[in-house]
Write a protein that binds this ligand. Structure first.
Ligand code: ASP
Length: 339
């Protein structure tokens, strides 16, 4: 009798499982990692951030739900955040030392391993669209500066005056860092070499945006877009447009990073997640955690979003906060900001 009850129990458990397939995550996004503390955030500001993240998730989700491609879902989600002044991408991008907005973006499709990126662009309204155009309509993977802008124009993308990207908040952040810079110039003067450690660009918060989507065909795409880091100089390019560093996708996993780009480049952060999964046979969650731990040990900070082919999402970061969210197959939304 006991045996029969036991078998019936196992059967019931199995059918319950069969009836309830896992509600896979189909889209994950981030709006940057950094010193994002609840005590510095007004309820209104937090609400506005959450609304923007929600809109990005919903716009991307619509694509997936209608059977569209992960590539388009990533584009739709990132466009919302590029058009919002809250994030450090598109409108709202941070300023360079010279007071300009120079943006980077990249995208990679897991199915074909095609990739596209732009760096240091100043007039393309949505840099992620330019990255997509490089991927789909050129023989190259990365275009920079004026060349990238000329290509975007020829591709019929919207071109705006550089003043479009300016926001008061970002301008004030630059002024604050420039003040600190002045102090630092004196502090860091090296008497032996007569050289100055030239600048301070550790931002109070980052704010890059990114998305990874998994479509009904099981194809994964990842994308990232940023204004870089406040007070950057000399045509500095971060990790965001570098395939393997800021963005990576094969059809096992997709990754988009945010944080102190120099460290993410040296760690080849996004690719390292895929490599750890393949060579060490660890889960996507463990792989992401390990890479962020390594970046911390190197002295860097930031975070990443990771989504694998099973719809398993994770959001490892080593900063006070990271704007992040996900949406499942059935439309369930998760949004979080702090640790
Ligand atoms: N990773 C970006 C960069 O270094 C910055 C960020 O994520 O906010 O350009």
């Amino acid at each position: 009798m006991k045996k029969v009850i036991g078998l019936a129990f196992i059967f019931l458990a199995m059918t319950a499982n069969a009836q309830k397939p896992k509600d896979k995550v189909v889209l994950v996004i981030h709006g940057g990692a950094g010193t994002i503390l609840k005590e510095n955030m007004s309820p209104e500001k937090e609400k506005a951030y959450r609304l923007a993240l929600q809109e990005a998730l919903q716009n991307g989700y619509k694509v997936i739900k209608n059977g569209g491609e992960s590539e388009d879902a990533v584009i739709e989600a990132i466009k919302v955040m590029e058009n919002s002044p809250f994030f450090n991408a598109g409108k709202g991008a941070v300023f360079t030392h010279e007071g300009k907005n120079e943006m980077d973006a990249s995208i990679m499709k897991g199915k074909t391993m095609q990739a596209g990126a732009v760096a240091g662009v100043t007039t393309i309204k949505n840099p992620i669209l330019a990255a997509k155009a490089v991927m789909n309509n050129s023989a190259h993977v990365m275009m920079a500066g004026m060349g990238a802008e000329e290509f975007a124009k020829k591709q019929g993308l919207e071109i705006v005056d550089p003043s479009y990207f300016k926001t008061e908040d970002r301008w004030n952040s630059l002024q604050k860092v420039l003040e600190k810079d002045k102090e630092k110039m004196e502090l860091d003067h090296d008497a032996k070499t007569q050289a100055y450690v030239p600048f301070n660009f550790v931002d109070e918060k980052f704010g890059t945006v990114g998305a990874v989507a998994l479509d009904v065909k099981g194809n994964i795409t990842a994308g990232t877009s940023t204004g870089g880091m406040t007070n950057k100089r000399y045509g500095r390019v971060g990790d965001s447009p570098i395939i393997g560093a800021g963005t990576y996708a094969n059809n096992e996993v997709g990754v988009s990073c945010t944080g102190w780009g120099e460290y993410f480049i040296k760690a080849i952060a996004a690719y390292d997640v895929a490599a750890l999964m393949k060579y060490k046979q660890v889960s996507s969650q463990e792989a992401g955690k390990e890479v962020i731990k390594k970046i911390g040990e190197m002295g860097g900070d930031g975070g990443m979003i990771v989504l694998d082919k099973n719809g398993q999402a994770s959001f490892p970061f080593n900063t006070a906060g990271m704007y992040r969210g996900s949406i499942t197959q059935s439309g369930k939304i998760f949004i979080e900001i702090y640790q």
